[in-house]
Design a protein around this ligand. Structure first.
Ligand code: PLP
Length: 408
């Protein structure tokens, strides 16, 4: 079954009640049982069923099953936001005193999170590029995880997942990949060797810009050393399933960052057109990047451009696709602001992966709390504009940017 067919007819797409073609919205808090004994079985995980929507909900489960199938995972757990997915994917295996090694060119919220984690005794070492060579000097007896983004947002550096995963595994460490910017349409990090993949499904997976949400997908292949990963020690009897089971029945359940049924429903609706949208978005992004790079005084960063150091990796790892984000530099912050203000069709908003094209000035928005050094590691300069390319007709988009640049 090919990608678009799987979105509509995969194993995870089930017949729903009363012949509904998409899952009805189970907008309820609790689920009633005919007897106390039946209820006990569900609460003690001896029978399948739903008890309380923070712990499980049919609409949310339908979304999780579809995401799990698309990523080729063993289990998927939906969260209230991409940030809660990132947080819980890490907290599930970390204790005070543990260390993370992460790419420096990460989503700004994730960088802020790593700063927050220092207050819990968890330290992060940042590497400019997530490569075995740059990771090596930071690996020590406290290291517990390697973390990075498949295509970094907004630096647009691509991680060579097979080589990083092989190195991490040789050190007994799991690799967690944030694949928000690629989606399963472009690549499956678990199949490339990653152990856990997280997404902000607020972006491309939802596609309509209508629901904040996230997912964690566990490949359940990593062999946990339970002496080293003390956080999972109580789950030793579950072996390779320890990560999923602790997350589902402990960390995720108790942190309370569950996805609402309504948002799960909106995501399912969006997900069904993911392939079509990504086909259009990646094609538009490539054409827009090429058009912008022909303009004098404009420097474009997009992974498939021959000027990007990542174009060969995009060919090898991402089916030659560069994703839907591009950034460009225009010379000064003032000029960047003038360009943003004179765009006609492009919306000034901080989301990405929407059907409509969005643009913003990352330094004064998403990165306004980061140091200059962290900004530059993420490819963010005073004159950088980030564009999340939508599905509009490409000639209109190219016209809009060319015109705004001319006016500025
Ligand atoms: C947006 C984003 C997040 C955070 O997701 P939210 O749904 O906004 O909480 C995490 N990682 C990446 C790469 C993102 O783009």
């Amino acid at each position: 079954m090919e990608f678009n067919t799987k979105l509509l007819h995969g194993k995870a797409v089930k017949p729903y009640d009363e012949g509904a073609t998409i899952p009805p919205i189970a907008q309820v808090t609790a689920f009633a049982y005919p007897s106390a004994e039946d209820q006990e079985k569900v609460f003690t995980h001896k029978a399948a069923g739903f008890a309380y929507s923070r712990i499980g909900n049919p609409t949310v489960a339908a979304f999780e099953q579809r995401m799990n199938e698309l990523e080729g995972g063993n289990a998927c757990i939906a969260c209230s936001s991409g940030m809660s997915a990132v947080t819980l994917a890490l907290m599930n295996i970390l204790c005070a005193g543990d260390e993370i090694i992460a790419g420096a060119g990460l989503y700004g919220g994730t960088i802020d999170l790593f700063e927050d984690l220092t207050k819990f005794g968890i330290k992060t070492h940042f590497v400019k590029h997530v490569t075995p060579e740059e990771i090596e000097p930071f690996v020590n007896e406290h290291t517990r995880v390697i973390y990075g983004e498949l295509i970094g947002n907004p630096g647009l550096a691509i991680m060579d997942v097979p080589s990083v995963a092989a190195y991490a595994h040789s050190k007994g460490l799991p690799l967690i990949v944030d694949a928000t910017t690629t989606t399963p349409y472009v690549a499956n990090p678990l199949k490339l060797g990653a152990d856990v993949v997280v997404h902000s499904t607020s972006k491309y997976l939802n596609g309509g810009g209508n629901s904040v949400s996230g997912v964690i997908v566990d490949g359940a292949k990593f062999k946990w050393d339970f002496d080293r990963f003390q956080a999972l020690a109580g789950y030793k009897k579950f072996g390779i399933l320890a990560y999923t089971i602790r997350l589902r029945t402990d960390i995720w359940e108790n942190f309370g960052a569950c996805l609402s049924p309504m948002n799960a429903f909106m995501n399912i609706v969006g997900l069904e057109t993911l392939g079509l949208r990504m086909e259009r978005i990646t094609s538009n992004a490539k054409k827009l990047a090429e058009a912008l790079s022909r303009i004098e005084g404009v420097t474009v960063n997009y992974p498939t451009l021959s000027t990007s150091p990542y174009h060969e990796l995009a060919e090898r790892e991402l089916r030659g696709l560069g994703g839907g984000i591009l950034t460009f530099r225009v010379g000064s912050k003032e000029k960047a602001f003038r360009i943003l203000d004179s765009l006609t069709y492009v919306t000034r908003a901080s989301n990405l992966g929407d059907v409509r094209t969005l643009a913003l000035h990352p330094q004064s928005t998403l990165y306004n709390r980061s140091s200059r050094e962290m900004q530059e590691a993420a490819g963010v300069y005073a004159d950088t504009i980030r564009v999340s390319v939508g599905i509009e007709d490409i000639d209109d988009l190219i016209w809009d940017f060319e015109n705004a640049i001319k006016n500025a």
